[in-house]
Structure formats: structure tokens, C-alpha cells
Design a protein around this ligand. Structure first.
Ligand SMILES: NC(=O)c1ccc[n+]([C@@H]2O[C@H](COP(=O)([O-])OP(=O)(O)OC[C@H]3O[C@@H](n4cnc5c(N)ncnc54)[C@H](OP(=O)(O)O)[C@@H]3O)[C@@H](O)[C@H]2O)c1
Length: 197
């Protein structure tokens, strides 16, 4: 994204971009195409126009932004929801939640392993990044969480101050994310990336 989003009515918009991407499938050189940061609202618009639906929608997902509605929607449409920034891009607010920390403690693993394991258990492929080899290895060494532990982590976002995007540097105080308003993005947020429900 350029940082200067156009109104949807102006062209080229994401529907136009998608039509160009569909042409790549016809070349045989590209097997599948997907999107990133698409909300239910924007997927609805895209699917009305698309000849071929996206195979994947890559979005921010972690215990403070669990994306339950979007996951359900993507499951119903046959779109694979995948997670970026599962550790809040180095701002893992939920690591300090005592219930979350207890799960990591009980399994004698790192909070990062619990975060990734919770996503994997939900059927969400996860892109986790580290510059350190030992962390890279540990981060993809999963732990089997019990149903009760899953429920505990599922509910962390309901605690005060815990339901938000953790990519704070990208959210402006007047509710713009990389040049897009939350309305354009279809994200249920208020200024600073705070989630409404
Ligand atoms: N589609 C999109 O719009 C989009 C947006 C953002 C990101 N992404 C992609 O998603 C992937 C990962 O996202 P990300 O880098 O934003 O976020 P992330 O994986 O949530 O966080 C990376 C940060 O977490 C730290 N970290 C890694 N392992 C840790 C551990 N075990 N304990 C504590 N801290 C740990 C890393 O520091 P160290 O390096 O010091 O370990 C780094 O600062 C990347 O491949 C990125 O390209 C996609």
C-alpha cells in the first residue's frame, strides 16, 4: 500500500487489481492468488466481482485480535485465513496477562510457543518471525493445549484494554492505517487500533 488510499469509486481499486491477478492464473505460471488485510466487508465486495476467489487472506491474529468473525467467514467461503504478527510484531501485550503466562509456565515453554500453538490449534497457518535461530526453532515447536487452556486464551481479549491491534506504530490517532481509514478497510476499530467488539 502506498500510504495514499483512493476512494473505492476511483480506479484502479482492489477489484481492478484482482482482475489483473486472475489473468496471471491463465498463464499457468501462478497456481493460486490471495489477499491480505481484507475484512469481511471488502471480501464481500471482491467476491461479487471475482471470477476466482482468493485462496488465502493473511491478517493480524493473536490473542488481543483473535479475528473470530473473519475466521468463520473465511471458513464458510473456503478461504484459508493465515496469521501475521502472532507476537504483536515485538509488542506482545498478552505475554504479561497472568492467565496466559500460567499456560506457558504450566507447560514449561515460552509465551511465544503458546501463542503460535493456540493459532495452530485453531487451524490458522502462522507466520512468526525472529532474527535469532534458537527462537526460530522454539517458535515452531508446538505444545498441545487443553480445551480449557484454549478457552482461557480465547477469552483474553475480553479483559479491559486487551482487545486491539498491536501494530500501534501503523495506526494514527485519527484512525488511519497506512493511508486507509478503518471504514475503507472495513475494520471495526476506533482510533489507535482499538477494537469495538
Ligand atoms: N501481510 C501483511 O500485511 C503483513 C504485515 C506484517 C507482517 N507480515 C509478515 O508476518 C511475519 C511475521 O510478522 P512480524 O514480524 O510483524 O511479527 P511477529 O512475528 O509477531 O514478531 C516479530 C518480533 O517478535 C520477536 N520475537 C520472535 N520470537 C520471539 C520470542 N520467542 N519471544 C519474544 N519475542 C520474540 C522478534 O524479535 P527477535 O528478532 O529479536 O527474535 C521480533 O521483534 C513476517 O514474515 C512479515 O513479513 C505481513
Amino acid at each position: 500500500m502506498s500510504g495514499n488510499a483512493r476512494p473505492f469509486e476511483e480506479h484502479p481499486n482492489f477489484v481492478d487489481a484482482w482482475a489483473e491477478m486472475e489473468k496471471l492464473l491463465e498463464t499457468g505460471k501462478v497456481r493460486s492468488i490471495g489477499v491480505s488485510n481484507f475484512s469481511i466487508n471488502n471480501l464481500e465486495i471482491l467476491l461479487q466481482h471475482a471470477k476466482v476467489g482468493p485462496v488465502n487472506n493473511q491478517v493480524e491474529v493473536h490473542p488481543c485480535h483473535p479475528q473470530y468473525d473473519l475466521k468463520q467467514y473465511c471458513d464458510n467461503k473456503g478461504i484459508l485465513l493465515s496469521a501475521y504478527s502472532p507476537l504483536g510484531q515485538g509488542n506482545p501485550l498478552f505475554f504479561s496477562d497472568p492467565d496466559f503466562a500460567k499456560v506457558a509456565n504450566d507447560h514449561a515453554v515460552t509465551p511465544a510457543q503458546v501463542a503460535v500453538s493456540w493459532l495452530v490449534e485453531r487451524g490458522i497457518p502462522t507466520l512468526v518471525k525472529s532474527s535469532k535461530v534458537d527462537r526460530m526453532k522454539a517458535n515452531i515447536t508446538f505444545v498441545k493445549l487443553t480445551p480449557e487452556e484454549m478457552r482461557t486464551i480465547d477469552g483474553i481479549h475480553k479483559k479491559p484494554g486487551m482487545h486491539l491491534s498491536l501494530l500501534t506504530p501503523y495506526h494514527t490517532s485519527d484512525g488511519i492505517w497506512l493511508g486507509w481509514t478503518y471504514e475503507q478497510l472495513g475494520w471495526p476499530m476506533t482510533a489507535g487500533g482499538i477494537l469495538r467488539n
